[in-house]
Design a binder for this molecule. Sequence first.
Ligand code: NZQ
Ligand code: ZN
Length: 381
Amino acid sequence: MENFTAYNPTILHFGKNVIDKLPVHLSQTGKKVLLITGKGSVKKYGYYEQVVEKLLDAGKNIVDFPGIKPNPVVDDAEKAVTLARKHKINFIVALGGGSVIDTAKMVNMAYANNLPVWDIMKRRAEPVKKVPLFVILTLAATGSEMNGAAVLQNHQTQEKIGYFSPLMYPDVSFLDPVFTFTVPKNQTVNGIVDLIAHSLEAFFSGGYAPLSDRFVAANILETFDYAPALLNNLTNYELRTRMMWSATVAENGTTMHGRTTSGDWGTHALAHHISLLWNTPHGQTLSVMFPAWMKAMKNKIAQRLQYLGTLLTGKSEINPEETILIFEEFFTKIGAPVRFEQLGLHNQDKQKLLNLWLKNKPTGLNVIINDNDYQNIISFL
Ligand code: NZQ
Ligand code: ZN
């Protein structure tokens, strides 16, 4: 195994009514809170009201910043930073899914360090401090609630990129599976795909890390087990619980230890370009891209595909194509798209995508993607 440092400072409260623990943590913060939310679901379903009540009871002054879009953009983060500066806020609460949390993380870095958001993301400026960040999660998918990563889009530069800092782990996250009962079926499918994709990104990093490999396989098998039942019963507490925890574990470091890099992330980098161009939900870009990437890169990752197939099926003799099929079939079974056309896109759009790849050169940290590979991946989409 490679050397590694295990670090995850997030306090995570998990289960029914964990929001009741919010006041305990609020006693340690200042008075002014920036409350970041999405396009309206939290108000529609009453989560906003519950959180606001707790904040007001604790004597906090709330500065609201609603309206964060799925596939969040850097301009909205900058607007939130301006508001935070105007009100000199003391801490941030993110109430929502990955888009809200990622925005809150970057707002925190830019505000606390008086730096532009995009300069931080492009690593032209280095943040050194933060204000406290609390997360109340309403959607199981990204793992952002227990990691130090954020992803934003910039339409001016035509990029959707990630940024990681140890300063960005939420201080405290509250995960009540009941808050996810209202996530619609298609968005639940997106979350399932995303957590499987995170498991795969971990697996396709390099090095010898057998326990991390087994964690990956266990989480994928766990997801294969609960997903079909959950999609038929979106308000089942136990099934929502299983999904919520497996999404967190897929992307909180557990599956990364001992590898040469913290995941490969080539498929995510490729898939982000689809969101950038057509505002496609993150999960849908991944169910299309992962099978295509595995097919195109098959020769570079043949042994890993075989080993993953063995871990998932128990069969010692399994070929790479069979492993790829396991995922393609599972995505299809749960109603996720596996072909470019299923995203409502056409052949001429593939050229647009290829051109943007050739400009931005997305690649993995372990499995390097070159210009020929781009063409090859496009042919499997
Ligand atoms: O905007 P609202 O009205 O809140 O509605 C949202 C949104 O339309 C809705 N929603 C959220 N909770 C709900 C709900 N609807 C009903 N009931 C609830 N309880 O769901 C929609 C999608 O929300 P979003 O936050 O965009 O989804 P997700 O959590 O999948 O986040 C996706 C973003 O995270 C990034 C993705 O690239 C994408 O931009 N990622 C972040 C990562 C990280 N920080 O570690 C890693 C991931 O690989 C990913 O890249
Ligand atoms: Zn993802």
